[in-house]
Design a protein. Sequence first.
Length: 167
Amino acid sequence: MLQPLVRRTWAERGKTPILDQWDRRDRLSAITALVLSPERRRIRMVFRLLDHNAKAEDFVWFLNDLRKELRRKIWVVWDNLGAHRKAENCLRGLRCPWVHFERLPPYAPRLNPVEHVWTTAKWGSLANIPAEDITCLQRDVQIALDNQAMEQRILRGHFHWAGLDLN
């Protein structure tokens, strides 16, 4: 959202830090996948930013796009978001042999490494930064996610946080 996530910060004694912002409701949505290569044991993060709340059609589009990029069958492990279930039903109805679905248990965000991607971005480089407009927010989110995507140790950390051993 355009409203920044406010964290604690340091300041000189007697000088309260002030974060100028106003009440804005514009937002971005992002669809993110952590792609694990079984042969090479490498992790890659793929994401798309949307200017609207993500819907089932967006997830279908993202998975089709991801399949074209990876050029292989994909296994999707995701939570029980309504749009995820609807996208899954849509792709099963189309009889897409290139995708297999697994669901995480309900109410278990701790098992989802993608949740840690967002925690790392929101509480890290995006905290205390009020974006001027939606374009600035998009740029800031793009930079934050690109920085995470470049580091194998950070990507591995997302899986470690979820208790998933990649060895």
